[in-house]
Design a protein around this ligand. Sequence first.
Ligand code: NAD
Length: 488
Amino acid sequence: MSMTSDIQVSFDTDFFNIINNELVDTSSKRRTICSSTKQPLKFEVPVATKEDVDRAVDYAAKAYPSWSKLSWDKRAEYLFKFADAIEANKDGFIKLLSLEAGKPPQAAAFEMALVIGLARQIPLLRIKEDRPIDDEERTAIVRYVPLGVGVGIIPWNFPLTLGIGKLLPALLAGNTFIWKPSPFTPHGALKLAEIGAKIFPPGVFQALSGDDSLGPWLTSHPGVAKVSFTGSVETGKRIMASCAGTLKRVTLELGGNDAAVICDDVDIPSVVNSVAFLSFVHSGQICMAIKRIYVHEKIYDQFLAEMVKQVKTFKMGDRSDPEAFFGPVQNEMQYEKVKSLYAKIGAEGWKAAVGGEIKDSEGFFLPATIIDNPPDDSEIVQHEPFGPIVPVLKWSDEEDVIRRVNDTKLGLGASVWSSDVPRAQRMAEQLEAGSIWVNTHFELAPSVPFGGHKESGIGMDWGEVGLKGWCNPQAYWVKHLKPKSANL
Ligand code: NAD
């Protein structure tokens, strides 16, 4: 269902927190840094106080009873209106994403396509009730009831997609929601909430931007029932510890070190095409990007040579370059972290098949780099770089490569590529990860959940599983006084 919307917001203004459908200023403000120029962006963003948090949580709690009593279809109607309004403001969001996340236009448009896809399809989801017992004497229903005030804590790499993927299921299931964007990328979320304020009842959808104190205030707040977090493993552990104080529900979508296993029977050009794209899209700053490429030794040299050829065609450029495939790393902290891996190429004796040398530039630019067969215990294999640098490794024995892929604390995604699909499926089914793929990777859909195993997370976002994460399961027993057919 797609309708036009006449809701328009200005992207050429200062940015405000949205509390109870009002644009709320703060006495302290800050500017974020453009990753292409290292200069502060023009528009200031608010720095929320503890009092702002208390007010937002109170308003969210006040809005909850009437919002949760609406039918699923009625709440979905609100969400469809919201989707229409987001689409009507799409061009503004694409420019804003380019500015705040450092995404070249192609990459920003890709993110907005994901956002609009989620906004249109999540409202169609429903939870199926289960009746494990339904006989003459009694009926037991497992139903799902909303939790209350939900909080979404969002990272900077896909600042809108990852937030929308929490906000919409939370609201659809009957919760109210406070969105906390990353301090690196707060603008888009605040604009989305400004649009939301023109659609949802007050207190249903609020957004607070702040500094490093804001997240802990929200996770420890007794009025918050659930925290859904996407970000690093270390922060995920801190959030879970903080939520334990009030036994909040948590969903944690954390880091990944996804492996792709390439068998010796693949069509090399087409698989190289996909694998190179999935390793370097958005400079590798994707939780589910391919981060370790295991290639069968029989085709290793040819595969690597074709990868190098392909990677050389990827144009790096800034937010104004319509032809750029990937842009800079989003922020200085991440840039320094990834840069330290480039420094290890010489120090550790790794061989760069392409890239490796950082040129002086105005922004946080790092060249696409492939490390040729480093040792399994090297940092580039063991840790998620979250930047445009990927190791390619050799394998020869199926059982051994599966062991090597699984030999990590992380378990977000993993794939096997082979022309022999049953063989690939047999291998893939042994991989320890929240998403496993055959002949693809980073394949997602709003109706299919995604999340991590092991230290890559707890719970899943999206799909019916994601919706259930915004609910308490409830066992509902009815004892029939008369024969059931006359009663239920
Ligand atoms: P991060 O953990 O540094 O920050 C994420 C968010 O948490 C930010 O909004 C930050 O302000 C907030 N935060 C930080 N400390 C907090 C605390 N103590 N309490 C409450 N909130 C706190 O992560 P990042 O650097 O923004 O993102 C990169 C990481 O995210 C990578 O590891 C990546 O793999 C992961 N990631 C995972 C997924 C997934 O779905 N599994 C998706 C994207 C990114």
